[in-house]
Design a protein around this ligand. Structure first.
Ligand code: ADE
Length: 251
C-alpha cells in the first residue's frame, strides 16, 4: 500500500517510520511512504502557510491554498481517500484500521496550529478520524499511529502471521497475558498450564483470560459481542475463579 502524508514536519514522519514494523514494511516493499509539505506549495516568499483566524481568538489557522497544493500533489500518487486526523473525527478502532489496511492508497492530512480552514476540509477531506479524546499539538503523532496500525496488518509485515490474528481487538476482546523465562521471579510463578505442554488446555486458558480481562477492564467491549456457548462457559468459569480468590483473601 502507499500512504502519502501532508505535513509541515515531513522529516519527523519519515524518521519515526525508520523503526520497527513500519521500517520492515517499507523495506519489504509492502508500504511506500510519501510526504508533502504545504510550505512547498505556499505562494509567499517566506513559505508561510498560516494566518490569523477570522473572528479573532488565539492561534493561527492553516490556509486553504498551500494545503490544497500539497493534497493535489499527493493525489497524483494514487486515488485513495483523504483522511484528516483531528480530535473532531470518529474514534479510530481496530475495525477501522482493518478497513484502512486493505486500501491500496491513502492520503493522511496532519494539521497544526488551531486547525485548518474549514473550506479546505469541506472541499478535500473524505473522512475525519481521531486517535482518542485528547488534544495533540498536531496531527503527526496521530498519522504515525495510523501508519503503524495499518503497516502491521500488511501480509508479511509481522514475522509470525499469527500474531496479528491473535492481537487484542481482532475478535473484539482484549489480549490474554503473556509470559517468558524465567519460570519463577521472586516467587511469582508462570501459570502452570503454560508449562504443562497441553496445547488444547493452553488455548482454552488463553481464551478464558481474554474473556475475563475484557469483562473486568472493558465491559463496554464485551457488551457489543454475542458470546457463543463455549465463551459463556469460559467466562462463567473465570468469574467463579475470581470470586473464590477474592474470598480467599477476605478476612
Ligand atoms: N490532532 C490533534 N489531536 C488529535 C487527535 N486526538 N486525534 C487525531 N488527530 C489529532
Amino acid at each position: 500500500m502507499r500512504i502519502d502524508v501532508v505535513t509541515l514536519f515531513p522529516d519527523f514522519v519519515r524518521d519515526c517510520c525508520r523503526y520497527g514494523i513500519p521500517r520492515i514494511a517499507i523495506e519489504k516493499g509492502l508500504l511506500t511512504l510519501g510526504t508533502w509539505n504545504p510550505r512547498d506549495f505556499s505562494a509567499e516568499r517566506n513559505r508561510r502557510v498560516d494566518d490569523r483566524p477570522y473572528g479573532g481568538g488565539p492561534g493561527m489557522v492553516m490556509q486553504v491554498s498551500p494545503v490544497a497544493g500539497a493534497i493535489a500533489a499527493a493525489r497524483r500518487q494514487g486515488d485513495g481517500p483523504v483522511i484528516y486526523l483531528s480530535p473532531q473525527g470518529r474514534r479510530l478502532d481496530q475495525r477501522a484500521v482493518r478497513r484502512f489496511a486493505g486500501l491500496a492508497h491513502t492520503i493522511l492530512l496532519a494539521g497544526r496550529y488551531e486547525g485548518i480552514d474549514e473550506r479546505l476540509i469541506e472541499r478535500e477531506v473524505d473522512e475525519e478520524w481521531s486517535i482518542g479524546d485528547y488534544v495533540l499539538s498536531g496531527g503527526e503523532p496521530a498519522a504515525l499511529v495510523w501508519i503503524d496500525s495499518v503497516a502491521r496488518l500488511q501480509p508479511g509485515a509481522l514475522g509470525d502471521e499469527q500474531s496479528a490474528l491473535r492481537d487484542s481487538f481482532m475478535d473484539g476482546l482484549l489480549d490474554y497475558p503473556h509470559y517468558s523465562r524465567p519460570e519463577v521471579i521472586d516467587g511469582q510463578r508462570v501459570p502452570a498450564v503454560l508449562t504443562g505442554g497441553n496445547h488444547a488446555e493452553i488455548e482454552r486458558w488463553r481464551r478464558k483470560q481474554a474473556l475475563g480481562r475484557t469483562w473486568r477492564r472493558r465491559p463496554d467491549l464485551l457488551a457489543q459481542l454475542e458470546l457463543d456457548a463455549e465463551q459463556q462457559a469460559l467466562l462463567a468459569e473465570y468469574i467463579a475463579e475470581q470470586q473464590s480468590t477474592d474470598s480467599d483473601v477476605s478476612p
